[in-house]
Ligand binder design. Structure first.
Ligand SMILES: Nc1ncnc2c1ncn2[C@@H]1O[C@H](COP(=O)(O)OP(=O)(O)OP(=O)(O)O)[C@@H](O)[C@H]1O
Ligand SMILES: [Mg+2]
Length: 348
C-alpha cells in the first residue's frame, strides 16, 4: 500500500479499487455502475483520481464527468446548463482541460433547440455519443445524482426517471457509453436497488472506509509523532475515516491530550444523535428500536436486517441524517463512521 499525492494532499492508494475500475472500463458497457458508501469515504476523490491519472491520459477513453454538488438544480433549464454547453461558448476560452471534461459540448444550434425544447435533450445527447470518435470508449460519470430528485419536466414526467432511462439506453441497449453514478444517499440507492427493472440494469460497488493497516501506514508516513498506542487509540475512536482523522490532525494542538480530543469528538457525535431524537420528537418505541440497532452494532459491527425484521423504517431515519449507513446490497446497517459507535457506547 502506497501513500501518494493528489492535488497537493495525501492520497492513500486504493490499488484494488483502481484496478477494479480500470478492468471494468475495458469491458463493453452493459449496465449502470452505482458507486456507493458511507459519507466521506472518498468516493469522489477515488473517481477523480482515476479520471485525472488514468482516463484523461489515455486516448482510448472519452470521459465526461458531471458533478451536481453545489449546483442548484431546480428545473429543466438548470439541468441542461449543468450538463451541456455550446461548442463555441466563450465559457471554454482560457479554460484548462480539467474543466472542459465537466461538460458535454454540443453544436450551438442544437444547444439552442434543446433549451427551447424543440429537441429532446436525451435524444440529442445520445446522438452526441453516437457521433463521438469510434476509436474511443465513452465514459459518463455523474456525482451527487440525488440532486435530481423531485424535479419534474413537463407535467408529471420525473427528470430523474428520464435520466435513468437514458442511462439504461446508453449502457444496456446501445452500449454507447459506460455510466458511473456516485451517491452516499443510500435511502435513494435503496429505491433503485428495490426497483426490479433498475436492479437488472445496474451493478453496485461499495467504497468503504479504510482498514487499520492503511490508516497505520498513512499515519506513520505522515511522521506526526504518534506512537503505536496513539495510532491504535485513534483507530479505535475514528476507524478508517480519513475525513475524521484529518480533522483530528488539524486541531490536535488545541488539546492537552489525544484522549481529550477524542472524547470531545465523541461528545459531538452524541449531541448530534440527541439533537436528532429531540428535534424529531421520536416516540418511545422508535427510540427503543434505535437503541436495539445501536446495541447490535456495538456488539457485532453491523445490524443484519435478514435476521431482525421491522427496523428498516427507523434505520432509514437515522441514515437520512448520516448517523447510520444502510447497505441495500448486503441488507445490513452500520454506523456511518466509527465515532458514532463510540457515541452509542456512551448513550446506551
Ligand atoms: N484515498 C484517500 N487518501 C487520503 N484522503 C482521502 C482519500 N479519499 C478521500 N480522502 C479525503 O477524505 C475526504 C472526503 O473525500 P470525498 O469527498 O472524496 O468523499 P465522498 O465519499 O465523495 O464524500 P460524500 O459522501 O460527501 O460524497 C476529503 O477530505 C478527501 O481529501
Ligand atoms: Mg462525494
Amino acid at each position: 500500500m502506497l501513500i501518494k499525492e493528489f492535488r497537493g494532499v495525501d492520497f492513500i492508494d486504493r490499488e484494488k479499487e483502481i484496478e477494479f475500475f480500470l478492468n471494468y472500463f475495458k469491458q463493453e458497457p452493459e449496465r449502470i455502475m452505482w458507486i456507493y458508501g458511507p459519507k466521506s469515504t472518498g468516493k469522489t476523490t477515488l473517481i477523480e483520481y482515476i479520471v485525472e491519472n488514468y482516463l484523461l491520459k489515455n486516448k482510448d477513453y472519452n470521459v465526461k464527468y458531471i458533478n451536481f454538488r453545489g449546483k442548484m438544480i431546480a428545473n429543466y433549464d438548470n439541468f441542461v446548463d449543468a450538463f451541456i454547453k455550446p461548442k463555441d461558448s466563450p465559457f471554454f476560452k482560457n479554460l484548462s482541460v480539467s474543466v472542459n471534461f465537466h461538460f458535454l459540448k454540443v453544436d450551438s444550434k442544437l444547444y439552442e433547440g434543446i433549451k427551447k425544447r424543440e429537441f429532446d435533450f436525451f435524444e440529442a445527447v445520445q446522438e452526441e455519443f453516437l457521433n463521438s470518435s469510434p476509436n474511443q470508449k465513452n465514459i459518463l460519470i455523474i456525482d451527487e445524482i440525488q440532486t435530481l430528485q423531485d424535479i419534474y419536466l413537463n407535467g408529471n414526467r420525473l427528470l430523474l426517471n428520464e435520466f435513468l432511462n437514458f442511462c439504461v439506453r446508453l449502457t444496456k441497449e446501445t452500449h454507447l457509453s459506460h455510466v458511473l453514478i456516485l451517491t452516499s444517499n443510500t435511502i435513494f440507492l435503496n429505491e433503485i436497488y428495490n426497483n426490479a427493472k433498475m436492479k437488472v440494469t445496474s451493478d453496485f460497488k461499495l467504497i468503504d472506509h479504510f482498514g487499520y493497516e492503511e490508516i497505520k501506514t498513512w499515519l506513520i508516513n505522515k511522521d506526526l509523532g504518534f506512537r503505536d498506542e496513539d495510532i491504535d487509540l485513534i483507530y479505535d475512536y475514528l476507524g478508517g475515516s480519513v475525513a475524521h482523522i484529518k480533522k483530528l490532525i488539524d486541531f490536535r494542538n488545541e488539546y492537552s491530550s489525544l484522549q481529550e480530543q477524542l472524547d470531545e469528538m465523541t461528545e459531538i457525535a452524541e449531541n448530534e444523535i440527541d439533537f436528532f431524537i429531540q428535534k424529531n420528537t421520536l416516540i418511545k418505541d422508535d427510540i427503543e428500536r434505535f437503541q436495539f440497532v445501536a446495541k447490535i452494532i456495538i456488539a457485532n459491527g453491523y445490524f443484519d436486517h435478514k435476521k431482525y425484521k421491522g427496523y428498516i423504517d427507523i434505520v432509514s431515519r437515522f441514515a437520512d441524517v448520516e448517523i447510520l449507513f444502510y447497505d441495500p446490497v448486503k441488507n445490513i446497517t452500520t454506523a456511518n463512521s466509527r465515532i458514532y459507535v463510540k457515541a452509542f457506547e456512551k448513550i446506551l
